[in-house]
Design a protein around this ligand. Structure first.
Ligand code: PEP
Ligand code: MN
Length: 263
């Protein structure tokens, strides 16, 4: 169902002002985790002013350690909805389990399925049963074939609004947190009609590498970018070491615009 042989025209995912796969690069930006009203509203205003069309922010957080901050849960979803009210930005947030799909879908414009859940087939079916657009992140050890078959689970339930997100894979290499293969963009465009989003934040794991890889992703032809942006990365409750601050995000947007037909 995801194959280019079945459908030649690229799929466009359009929700509010976020357009992915429609000849524009859709930019989803915001903190790894929603932390407070002030943090999310400040970030939302700033990323919107810089040209983002969606606000990302985790309320249910899949943390490697059970001792790390797990997210604000429904209170975080409410703050995202308030940020949308304030700015009009589309909201992208993760849903971690089948039983939360209805709750998360009530607040968000895009359901993110995280890398760790790419092969949680019951969750894929559950988001497939909604009509809310889905950002499906590649599992860190998943092959492209497994990634595309995961997308099929969602499409087969009748939800056509699937975006594929390359967020880096696990390799022997340790200079980056994950290894970000940008050949995924032309490869997936060759294989499928689904739009391709790149996550240079998780893909590199280091703030200083993110701007260049964001620009490179746009040059490679990605349909969207998802970027971690925090007003004070040093105090972030998760992933501060790979987050851009607001001036860095503004500068990255300028550089992306210079290589894109439109951002
Ligand atoms: C995230 O977007 O903050 C996240 C947890 O991403 P991933 O599932 O790609 O690790
Ligand atoms: Mn993160």
């Amino acid at each position: 169902v995801a194959s280019r042989e079945v459908k030649k025209e690229p799929t466009q995912v359009v929700v509010r002002d976020l357009k992915v796969g429609a000849g524009m690069v859709g930019v989803m930006a915001g903190p790894c985790s929603v932390e407070s009203e002030e943090q999310i509203i400040t970030t939302a205003r700033a990323v919107k002013a810089a040209g983002a069309t969606a606000l990302r922010g985790g309320a249910f957080k899949p943390r490697t350690s059970p001792y790390s901050f797990q997210g604000m849960k429904e209170a975080g979803l409410k703050l995202l909805a308030a940020a949308r009210e304030e700015t009009g930005l589309a909201i992208v947030t993760e849903v971690m389990s089948t039983e939360d799909v209805e709750l998360v879908a009530k607040y968000t414009d895009v359901l993110q399925v995280g890398a760790r859940n790419m092969q949680n087939y019951r969750l894929l079916e559950a988001v497939g049963q909604t009509r809310t657009p889905v950002l499906l992140k590649r599992g860190p050890s998943a092959t492209m074939e497994e990634f595309l078959l995961a997308a099929e689970y969602i499409l087969n339930e009748g939800n056509p609004n699937v975006m594929l997100c390359e967020r880096g894979i696990r390799t022997f290499e340790a200079h980056t947190r994950f290894t970000l293969p940008l050949a995924s963009v032309p490869y997936l465009h060759h294989k499928t009609h689904l739009p391709v989003v790149i996550d240079p934040s998780h893909g590199t794991g280091h703030t200083y590498l993110v701007p260049d890889m964001a620009v490179a992703s746009v040059a490679a032809g990605c349909d969207g970018l998802i970027l971690e942006v925090h007003p004070d990365p040093e105090r972030a409750m998760s992933d501060g070491y790979q987050s851009l601050n607001i001036p860095q995000f503004e500068e990255t947007m300028k550089r992306c615009r210079a290589v894109a037909t439109a951002v």
